[in-house]
Ligand binder design. Structure first.
Ligand SMILES: C[S@@+](CC[C@H](N)C(=O)[O-])C[C@H]1O[C@@H](n2cnc3c(N)ncnc32)[C@H](O)[C@@H]1O
Length: 102
């Protein structure tokens, strides 16, 4: 599980990290998955209170030279890392839980 971590890394490093995860976890039918808690731009609550927090996160991303991603960008990373499917659950305010399956 990666919580607030992958947005610290560029796409190529995310692919490397997730490839290693895929090597380490069981097959999907045996319960294997990677859980990511991060922002998915365009998903999540649009309530003003969360938009304000999102702006603070944007400042944090500038500070750490990080990146928040849209679904297409996440999908591209998961596919390059060799994963077959994913599910985005936008249930944590402006954050989402993403399950990624081998
Ligand atoms: C915002 S913190 C999240 C920590 C924890 N997962 C949590 O939810 O409280 C981001 C974490 O990523 C780690 N991190 C960022 N860039 C890293 C790198 N290049 N190598 C290893 N760890 C890194 C930081 O040290 C930090 O612990």
């Amino acid at each position: 599980m990666f919580q607030y971590v992958l947005h610290c890394f560029g796409d190529d490093d995310c692919v490397k990290i997730l490839r290693r995860c895929k090597e380490a976890i069981p097959a999907r039918d045996a319960g294997g998955k990677v859980i990511i808690i991060n922002m998915v731009i365009g998903s999540g609550s649009q309530r003003d209170i969360f938009k304000e927090t999102q702006v603070l996160f944007d400042l944090y991303m500038m500070y750490i030279d990080g990146v928040e991603r849209e679904e297409k960008e996440w999908e591209n990373i998961f596919s390059k890392a060799g994963f077959s499917a994913y599910k985005i659950m936008p249930i944590l305010g402006f954050l989402s839980i993403i399950e990624v399956y081998p």
